[in-house]
Design a protein around this ligand. Structure first.
Ligand code: FES
Length: 159
């Protein structure tokens, strides 16, 4: 397969997905969800492509993508590191923990580390208040992590 064909492949897949679904009722969210699966995120080029294929304005797609925080316009890291900012965690030092994690990874909240390993985000209560302050990586929950050393040890487990 030539590199040119490889390059076109995700768009061909997306075209088929749109073709199969565009006559369903309200197919846009489902199409965007699959597009995000294919590309990993929804850059403006992908949104423009979907708009052209579905014959709808890009602004409509952009509105949906920016409304749901499930959709991302930036490439996301291999792992999403969610820091709980719920009340219990907040009171027990979540802002300090967020700053510490951000310092260790040299990446501001909401952004992805340069090596593409982590995307940092803040979430509401994850239901582990007794362990506050809490952060979650994938399915794993970490509580009462209070020092830079502890943060580094946890993060080192994720390659
Ligand atoms: S407030 Fe953080 S787990 Fe409940």
């Amino acid at each position: 397969m030539s590199p040119d064909t490889q390059l076109k492949q995700p768009y061909q897949r997306l075209r088929e997905v749109i073709e199969e679904r565009k006559n369903l009722r309200n197919p846009l969210i489902e199409i965007l969800r699959i597009a995000q699966e294919i590309f990993g995120y929804l850059p403006i080029e992908v949104q423009e492509f979907i708009a052209a294929e579905m014959n709808i304005p890009v602004s409509k797609i952009y509105g949906v993508v920016t409304f749901y925080n499930f959709f991302s316009m930036k490439p996301r890291g291999k792992y999403t590191l969610n820091i709980c900012m719920g009340t219990a965690c907040y009171v027990k030092g979540a802002p300090k923990l967020a700053q510490m994690i951000s310092d260790v990874l040299d990446t501001p909240m909401g952004e992805t580390t340069e090596d593409g390993r982590f995307t940092l985000s803040a979430v509401r209560c994850v239901g582990a208040c007794s362990l506050a302050p809490v952060f979650v990586i994938g399915e794993d929950t970490f509580g009462r992590v209070e020092t830079k050393d502890q943060v580094e040890k946890v993060l080192a487990q994720y390659k």
